[in-house]
Design a protein around this ligand. Structure first.
Ligand code: COD
Length: 301
């Protein structure tokens, strides 16, 4: 059972079969370190795709041993993306990880209609945090893939989060649809969407979760704030998932948790036919390794 991110280690130790991780555009010291470390620790078998001489040069500089690690040489980024994604599409590997290329370029490959990894109607980014000040795991979605989701896309994002929480044995996760205030204000579109999502859940149009919104961030995660504002219901003060109105709000919240609240985080893109690890340069080594572990463990949760 995943109650804390530190449980990932024991979940992986009971893994039924070791998964193959493909690092797409491996010519980057930060992601190479994490992908090779995950290989050494036996969490995954790693395949590196990209410019082979650059990969070897970086590994030498960092004194990283590449024994037992397959390297597939590709000269251009386009070939690198296609080869990496196709390895998974064709069933030769299980997890995709972003290396030294833009997120959008890799995701465009993932969304390719012929050789991509589309599965559910919508793919979305899902980040799960251990925050010292919060009483349980807390997820934020979507901080990295869907830029300005409309109502229908927010429903897709919620459904992906619900599927993930069901794997964690939380059958009805509590979803806080965030906005700047807890009252509907027609000049703030996020409050309108949040109110619609809440009523759609109550009417059975969105299932297997409890949605409340609009909720301001403090109402969603603090009992004190909930009491102070006189908000009732099971979500306020006890949210499992923060549904953010757009990528900017999510990205800022994600980074403030890590930089100011000493949070640990793991994240994956969900809704594809395979988990995708999308870490960035701003992420520390722990985050990268946790995200690879979450992706590998997600097969056994
Ligand atoms: N899930 C499923 N299908 C999708 C999704 C999705 N999330 N997004 C687009 N599609 C499909 C569309 O239905 C369409 O068929 C096709 O893909 C192209 O759609 P566009 O033209 O709207 O999408 P793109 O290719 O221009 O952009 C998709 C990206 C995911 C690349 C784009 O949304 C993006 O750049 N996201 C932000 C990535 C980023 O920079 N993140 C970094 C933050 S740290």
């Amino acid at each position: 059972m995943l109650k804390k991110l530190s449980d990932l280690e024991s979940i992986l130790s009971k893994q039924k079969s070791k998964k193959k991780l493909v690092l797409c555009a491996a010519g980057d010291e930060h992601s190479i370190e994490a992908a090779v470390e995950a290989h050494k620790r036996n969490y995954v078998d790693t395949i590196l795709v990209g410019d082979k001489s650059k990969i070897i040069e970086i590994a030498d500089e960092l004194n990283i041993k590449l024994e037992g690690i397959e390297i597939i040489h590709k000269q251009t980024l386009e070939d690198t993306v296609k080869t990496s994604v196709k390895l998974i599409h064709d069933g030769h590997a299980d997890i995709l990880m972003k290396g030294y290329l833009s997120t959008a370029l890799m995701l465009k490959g993932v969304l390719n209609k012929d050789w991509g990894l589309r599965n559910k109607p919508l793919l979305s980014h899902f980040a799960i945090f251990d925050i010292p000040e919060y009483h349980k795991l807390l997820a934020i979605t979507d901080v990295a893939m869907n830029i300005a989701p409309n109502l229908q896309e927010k429903i897709g994002i919620i459904n992906n989060a619900v599927d993930f929480f069901q794997k964690l044995d939380v059958p009805k996760p509590k979803i806080a649809a965030l906005a700047a205030v807890e009252m509907v204000n027609e000049k703030m579109p996020a409050t309108l969407d949040a109110a619609l999502l809440s009523i759609m859940e109550r009417r059975g149009q969105i299932r297997n979760c409890i949605i409340d919104g609009p909720l301001a961030f403090d109402n969603a995660i603090s009992f004190e704030s909930k009491e102070h504002k006189g908000i009732t219901g099971p979500v306020a003060g006890n949210a499992d998932v923060l549904l953010v109105p757009n990528i900017e709000a999510g990205n800022v919240l994600y980074k403030s948790f890590v930089f100011f609240a000493n949070a640990k985080v793991a994240s994956v893109v969900v809704g594809a036919s395979a988990p995708i690890v999308l870490t960035s340069r701003a992420d520390n080594e722990d985050t990268k390794l946790n995200s690879i572990m979450l992706a590998a463990a997600s097969f056994d949760l």
